[in-house]
Design a protein around this ligand. Structure first.
Ligand SMILES: [Zn+2]
Length: 299
């Protein structure tokens, strides 16, 4: 483990110490297979499919997708480092170190763990860590923003932003989208309820997160340029963002699932750095404009 973590910042406990720990502290929970990094920004980053470990005692899942999202751990760490460089603070992170063939934390527990008790325990630790990190961020800032990071292999190399809304809900004009009431089930439900106004403007207007990403060289849908995904494959947002950001009980939490193509984004350290800079910049603009949040002045 010392290969990966600076010893002074590494703590191993049964649950992640998201609330109490100093920002940047690394905690390993769930049989040391869930890495948690304590944060002080309103941002919580989760990485369910970037794990590479298949330790003894964790059986192969009998069904479901078992391919990992290559380099998403590295992409998330670059993104978080960039946020730290710009703000002086830390995003909280929850990373599954288990390979997806052993656990898929972005599914309900049955499909996630395939009935294996050890994997079920890791699943519980993963989601408890997310809840704890979101609660800590919301207590500190009045809101929390969850980013669940993934990789896709769809034909169009663009970011797919999953707000819990699928292609049939997005492939309509703005007036139809605003009338549809779908924000009620989306991961920006609380933000939209607080701000009011056009749902289409919030999701894909000129100052939407997707438009801010596109403006910085990261092609994305939904956005002003690509308001809906069209007819191709599209990930609308899975179990993690729906459970933690879209359920009615998750007040003060918004979020998005970001599905990243491999070419140009996940493939090389240079491209991961380019993504990190553009995405951090877009996110900080979005948080400022939508939540009136800005980083604390540095001493
Ligand atoms: Zn994934």
């Amino acid at each position: 483990m010392s290969r990966f973590f600076p010893a002074a910042l590494l703590v191993t406990v049964s649950a992640c110490a998201a609330v109490a720990a100093a920002p940047g502290t690394v905690t390993l929970a769930g049989d040391r297979l869930v890495e948690c990094i304590a944060g002080d920004l309103p941002v919580v980053i989760t990485v369910p499919h970037g794990g590479r470990l298949s330790p003894e005692g964790y059986a192969r899942r009998p069904k479901g997708v078992t391919d990992m999202d290559v380099n998403t751990q590295e992409l998330a760490r670059a993104f978080a480092d960039e946020l730290t460089r710009r703000t002086g603070g830390h995003a909280a992170m929850v990373i599954s170190l288990l390979h997806r063939s052993r656990l898929d934390p972005n599914r309900e527990i049955g499909e996630a763990a395939g009935g294996g008790a050890p994997a079920e325990a890791v699943w519980r630790a993963f989601h408890a860590a997310i809840e704890s990190a979101l609660a800590a961020a919301a207590a500190r800032h009045g809101f929390a923003f969850l980013i669940d990071l993934h990789g896709h292999a769809h034909p169009i190399a663009r970011l797919e932003l999953g707000y819990g809304l699928g292609a049939p809900q997005l492939n309509v004009d703005d007036a139809g989208f605003d009338r549809s009431g779908v924000m009620e089930v989306s991961t920006l439900r609380d933000l939209h309820a607080a701000r009011g106004g056009s749902a289409a403007t919030l999701i894909r207007g000129a100052r939407s997160f997707g438009a801010l990403l596109a403006e910085r060289g990261l092609r994305a849908t939904p956005s002003a340029a690509e308001p809906g995904p069209g007819n191709g494959p599209f990930f609308s947002g899975g179990y993690i963002v729906r459970r933690h950001a879209a359920e009615p009980a998750t007040t003060k939490v918004d979020g998005v699932q970001i599905e990243c193509p491999r070419p140009g984004v996940r493939d090389t350290p240079e491209n991961r750095g380019r993504f990190a800079r553009a995405a951090a910049d877009a996110l900080l603009v979005f948080l400022h404009e939508q939540y009136a949040w800005r980083p604390a002045a540095r001493p």
